[in-house]
Design a protein around this ligand. Structure first.
Ligand code: UDP
Ligand code: MG
Length: 314
């Protein structure tokens, strides 16, 4: 039985040696006849990550690697790793030790006992993270779960151990704009959650700026639900109805109009506000439609999810 551990790496020269040691400890501690393979996906790092991975591969046969020709993002790196993985159980974990490798034996046990098909980690605290980031993250999960059919767990990390069938299902979802948190939930299967405290990264710094996360959130919503498109429809109905009511009101007023003789002069500011407001809503609706059309365009081009520059032999 083979266990594949996939590690997406982007500028992780500081953390890789520490992570590798931790992975070796997991392997050493396992006294069954299981074997392990470590798959490092170098996502176009600009530091010494690639040299370090090659050195590891030269000294350890179970180290495999894929190098990307440029930075394609963690989603692409996870996809490449899963394509390369040959294991019966497959895990994905971050290079920075924020996904504690010490949880892996426990995860393996859960799969062995056949109580589930996926064991996923969820952090229950967001200690050490900026407060506004946690706040927006919470809002995002509330919003997306209200709009989508699939349940995306708050605090769920990409860290998980999966059976072969689950990974095959994930690979069969070959859309280009990947939102893995959604895809993991979408493919289904029995999931067991293990909870852990937030761990700070051992070296280097996070690659996620606030804006990157914001865009990622929008990607997630657009990728998993068309509900926002309905906003335009609802608003349209609402304003058409309001307009009609307003028309009726003026019609009746015109018939018994003698009471408001100077009413025609007023109303310039309200008119302007209304035009601006409606104009804004129309633009917003157009923008929303544009988001979806843009995505159709990118999917229609069907470019590969990543380009490899170098790969270890099997
Ligand atoms: N990562 C990647 N490509 C990227 C950004 C990140 O492969 O473009 C990897 C990174 O090396 C790490 C994991 O994804 O192993 C998580 O990244 P990070 O720690 O920056 O994210 P955070 O833990 O802050 O969410
Ligand atoms: Mg991290």
């Amino acid at each position: 039985m083979l266990i594949s551990l996939i590690v997406p790496c982007y500028n992780e020269e500081g953390s890789l040696p520490i992570l590798y040691e931790a992975l070796c400890n997991v392997r050493k501690a396992d006294d069954s006849d299981r074997s392990y393979e470590f798959i490092f996906v170098n996502d176009g790092s600009r530091d010494k990550t690639s040299q370090i991975i090659k050195e590891l591969a030269a000294n350890d046969k179970s180290v495999k690697y894929v190098f990307f020709s440029r930075n394609f993002g963690k989603e692409a790196a996870m996809y490449a790793g899963m394509q390369k993985a040959k294991g019966d159980y497959i895990a994905i974990l971050d290079a920075d030790m924020q996904d504690p490798p010490s949880l892996i034996p426990e995860m393996i046990k859960s799969l062995d006992s056949d109580e589930c098909d996926i064991v996923a980690a969820r952090r229950v605290t967001r200690k050490g993270e900026p407060k506004i980031r946690s706040f927006f993250a919470r809002c995002f999960y509330k919003l997306i779960n209200r709009m989508c059919d699939v349940e995306i767990a708050d605090g769920a990390r990409d860290f998980r151990l999966m059976r072969r069938e689950v990974v095959d299902a994930i690979l069969s979802v070959n859309e280009r704009q990947r939102f893995s948190k959604g895809i993991f939930a979408w493919v289904g299967f029995r999931t067991k959650w293990i909870e852990h405290e937030n761990v700070e990264r051992v070296a280097g710094e996070t690659k996620w700026s606030f804006w990157k996360l914001f865009k990622y959130a929008i990607d997630g919503i657009v990728a998993f639900t068309t509900a926002p498109l309905r906003i335009a429809t609802y608003l349209g109905f609402f304003f058409a109805f309001a307009g009609f009511a307003y028309m009726l009101y003026y019609f009746i007023r015109a018939i018994i109009g003698q009471f408001w003789t100077n009413a025609n002069i007023m109303g310039y500011p309200s008119l302007l506000c209304f035009i601006l407001f409606i104009g804004g809503l129309i633009l917003m609706a157009l923008g929303l439609i544009g988001e979806y059309i843009g995505r159709i365009y990118i999917e229609a081009k069907a470019r590969p999810i990543y380009i490899t520059s170098e790969e270890s032999k099997d």
